[in-house]
Design a protein around this ligand. Structure first.
Ligand SMILES: Nc1nc2c(ncn2[C@@H]2O[C@H](COP(=O)(O)OP(=O)(O)OP(=O)(O)O)[C@@H](O)[C@H]2O)c(=O)[nH]1
Ligand SMILES: [Mg+2]
Length: 252
């Protein structure tokens, strides 16, 4: 089972324009510092946060318990001009986990509710024996030579974004999520997705967009370990250890 947490800034929309619209640069600084701060705190417990849309972030939080969530939430409230609410759920697939984490928080009021503040809504936590995270690290083949060093930066970004759209569309059908993590990289929490299933998606995307991808898959009890194994699997593809475009590494 995978455990996911939705982290949502409380009443952020109204705050950004009260009493008058706040400088966009300052909002960008707040958002990126909040993301880095949450990443540091969740990572200390083996979790992994995706910036998603910055005012709503999704995290894989196997091994992060209720007290840990509460402590992180309080620490943010003590140090930032905003507070965050969180919803937590566990499920067989990442899509279901984030769906249930969202629903349990939505019960306590909307993102722009003046009443809802620092809510920690828990639908369920995964226990140690059932804890399982599968992550695919998906990467574009040879982006540096084919795009980054050839065409304008914005055009490369457009292509990377388009690839993300295709990945999202195909992976959601399998109950998997996908997040842009920078460069030409995507990370997909994908419990329940087979390597063959992912390979089929990679091949379809190459047919449809002419962009070739490769993916390392890691499986472990926490996001930290699964992501690390996924990175190592990707390096084995790069190192020519395997000719497979999708390569799996399990926790020893
Ligand atoms: N977040 C993140 N970014 C990375 C990682 N590896 C590379 N990048 C970024 O992605 C860019 C492209 O790197 P690569 O994918 O290694 O380069 P490439 O030209 O596509 O080469 P191959 O993928 O080996 O075919 C780099 O310049 C970095 O900005 C990673 O593990 N995580
Ligand atoms: Mg690449």
């Amino acid at each position: 089972m995978i455990q996911m947490t939705l982290i949502q800034i409380d009443n952020y929309g109204p705050w950004t324009v009260t009493p008058a619209p706040r400088a966009e640069a300052d909002l960008q600084i707040l958002q990126s510092e909040l993301y880095a701060d949450l990443q540091r705190q969740f990572a200390a417990k083996g979790g992994l946060v995706f910036f998603t849309r910055f005012d709503n972030m999704l995290a894989i939080t196997n091994n992060v318990d209720m007290d840990d969530h509460r402590r992180i939430q309080k620490s943010i409230g003590n140090r930032y001009p905003i507070t965050v609410s969180m919803g937590v759920a566990a499920a067989e697939t990442p899509y279901e986990a984030q769906r249930d984490a969202t629903a349990v928080l939505q019960n306590y009021g909307g993102a722009q509710s003046e009443e809802r503040k620092e809510v920690l809504a828990i639908d369920g936590l995964v226990n140690k024996e059932d804890s399982f995270v599968q992550i695919a690290h998906i990467d574009i083949n040879g982006i540096t030579d084919s795009l980054t060093d050839i065409i304008p930066a914005y055009d490369t970004s457009f292509i990377v974004n388009r690839v993300q759209h295709f990945l999202m569309k195909k992976l959601i059908e399998k109950g998997s999520l996908v997040f842009f993590i920078g460069g030409d990289n995507f990370m997909s929490p994908c419990n329940g997705l087979s390597p063959e299933g992912l390979l089929k998606i990679v091949e379809e995307i190459e047919d449809e967009t002419n962009i070739a991808l490769k993916a390392g898959i890691g499986k472990a009890p926490t996001a930290e370990k699964a992501a690390n194994l996924a990175d190592l699997a990707l390096e084995e593809i790069r190192g020519g250890v395997t000719y497979d475009l999708v390569h799996v590494m399990n926790k020893k």
